[in-house]
Structures are given as C-alpha cells and as structure tokens.
Design a protein around this ligand. Sequence first.
Ligand code: AMP
Ligand code: GLY
Length: 425
Amino acid sequence: MNVLLIGSGGREHALAWKLAESPRITSLFVAPGNAGTAQFAHNVPLNPLRFPDVAKFIKNNAIDFVVIGPEDPLAAGLADFVHSLGLPVFGPSKQAAQLESDKWFAKELMRRQAIPTAEARSFTNPNAAVEYIQMHGGSCVIKASGLAKGKGVTVCYRTQHALDAIDNIMRKKAFGDAGARIVIEERLTGPEVSILALVDKTAIYVLETSQDHKPVEDGDTGPMTGGMGAYSPTPVVSSDVLSQIEREVLVPTVDGLRRDGIDYSGVLYAGLMLTASGPRVLEFNCRFGDPETQPLMMRLQSDLLETLLAVAEGRLAKINLKWDPRPALCVVATSPGYPGPYKTGLPISGIDHADALPDTKVFHAGTKLKDGQVLTDGGRVLAVTALGQTIADAQRRACQAMALIHFDGMHYRKDIGHQALRPGQ
Ligand code: AMP
Ligand code: GLY
C-alpha cells in the first residue's frame, strides 16, 4: 500500500516509524514530515490545507490510504475531502472534529449527554467576560474556544490574572480568531490523564493509558505548552476508573454525536482530571496526542497500518491490539524561549548516539535537515522516548539519552512521570 501521512511533529515521526514496520507498506509519504521521517520515508512539501494539491498528489503517487495526524487539517475538512475521492482515510470528519476545534461545541454536547466536566460559561463580548469575573472572582480557567496549539488555556488564581487572560485572548487577539469566543470554567484539581480510544461505527477500543505534562517547567509550573513529556501506562488510572471513563465519557460522547447525525471515525482523545468527585473531562482532541503517541507507539506490538485501516474501513470490532507490558516514557526537548517566541535553525548534535541506546528512540518534532546537518525548526524539537522495566527506569533511560543531545538553549523537564514515582524508586 502507498500511504500518505499528514503532519510534521513528534507524533507523526512515531506514527510513521510504526507504519513503516508494516509488511503491507510499499511507499510511505509524509507531508511535510521532519528530519526524522526523512530517514526512512519520503518527505513531501505538500500543504494539507490546499485540497486540490492533495488530490493531485494522491493521483500522481497512487496513494491508497491517508492518515491525518494534526488537528488543523481535520478541522478544515481534509478527511471529508479524501473520503470524497473514494479513498480510506484515518481521521474524523470536519463536523466530528468540532469536538476539538470548538470547545463550546464540546461543552454543549457534554451537557446534553450528562458527561462529567467542569461547569462553564461562554463569552464573545470581552466586557461581559470582565463583568462575570468581577462578580465571581478570578479562581477559574480561561480558554480560547478555537484551536490554539495547546497554549490557549490560562489557569487563573486571582482576579487580575483572569482579567489579563481575557485581555490577552479577546482584545490583544493572542490566538487570532480562535479567541473570538472564550470559555470560562470552574477550576478543578486532581491528577490529569489522557485516555485515547479508536472509534468507528462498530466499536470503541480504548488504548493503553498515558499521562502528559503540559506546563513548561519541573513541578508542573510555568506556562502551558503542547506537552513536555508523557509516559504509558499510568498507575494514576485504575482499571475501575478506566471502565468508568469508557462508560461515562467515551460511550455517551460517541452516542451524542451519532444522535446529531455525526459518525465518529478515528482517535478520540479525552483529557481528564481525576477529581475527588470522579473523572471530569477537560478537553477532547480528535487525533492522537503529542507526546502521548510516542510512548504508545514504543509499546504497540500490533501492525499500526492494519489497525488504522480497520478503523477507516469500519472493521474495528475485529481488531485486538498487543502491547509491550513494559512502560515507556518520553521527554521533550524544546527551543529556548518556548512556549513564547523562539529561535530556530540551531544545529543539534548527539542524536545518533542517543538513538543507538537500547530500547530508546529519538523522535524528531521541530527539526529539519540542511546540508546533512539536523537543525531546530520548531518549539518542541525532539521527543526522546525509552522503554524501561519500571517507570523510574524508563525515566532514567530517557534522561540518559537526552544528556547525549545538545543544541544551544535546549530545555527539557527532568521530572516526567513524577506522579507515578514514589521517593526512592
Ligand atoms: P485543555 O487544552 O483544555 O486540556 O487545557 C490545558 C490544560 O489546562 C490542561 O491540561 C489542564 O492542566 C489545565 N486545565 C484545563 N481545564 C482545567 C480546569 N477546568 N481546571 C483545572 N485545570 C484545567
Ligand atoms: N498532549 C496534548 C495534546 O496532544 O493535545
């Protein structure tokens, strides 16, 4: 099969790496890919938002199957477009992708379906939002309703903090049109988990559990990022709680969409907080998580191409996945300044040495190749991922590998997995 994978992040390197292992693959194209995918796949400079170009590429290269990694092309309707060409496509329709691209759409669905989530109000007028904060105080979470690369959320503790967030999103338009509507939510507390499930008309298949780390600094401090590291599985979710999440969140979400005439097909990602009164949904994503996918792909032993194709063709009920029982842990190296403005084009050294360590993979994210040299080319640059006998062992191995890598101003968290580690482990 000739497969076209859309995207360029660490998630896509991990998906491409696993797709390339499939005996069914003939050619793998990644659009646009990064320096990591260039090692074993064909990177193509294709803009996935220009649908006629995508159609031409599919025709000229006899593509049989399209896998869409990131949210932007899904929100723009690329899955519907590929489907209209008569090809199987992995990724939900534009309507279904509203679960991620419109946080208020997701909130209303959760309200209709009685899915446990934070109480919330939405505002399109900044003055009304300010008035609400002045009446109710600043202990809340303020979110741009549209897509903001995981950075559109501010957890607020004081009134001034909340007013600044409203000003930043709605008046200064820090996230452009994505902030034309904001959602102000009740601030919840508890550990967070990422529960990803494959979904088609025939089944919901819950993948192994994982936990992301969104704030930029150790101890979960500093501004929000797209994700600084993840590990799988997480002991934070018991099997009872996982069943509860499937029953109370995943099933009613898919049912609620179906009631509105929308069939979900692809990965459904629920970001949840495990509060004292049970799991609560913080967000839905309509794609694989980044960086959660990196440890998940390290652990997946089944054929990814066959699995994704089964979802696209509505045969998920017949699929069963095999996983490496060992935990995997991923640490993300970021550019100096990220998640604020950052420099790119810095040379990176040591990737090959780190990659050569046993049970270790350096997934590229924001990288590019220039004259044979790997350069930084994004905020999140590399996702160093290792399997271990325990989570502590996987963390040690990922950090050892990271210590072999260098670029100027490189930053990474040293405490990924801390919620699963007891002192002395
Ligand atoms: P989201 O993109 O909506 O998942 O939000 C990004 C991050 O903000 C989450 O991973 C949480 O750390 C935090 N967050 C979001 N919503 C809430 C909430 N209602 N209460 C507390 N923290 C939240
Ligand atoms: N890891 C968070 C996300 O993929 O949105």
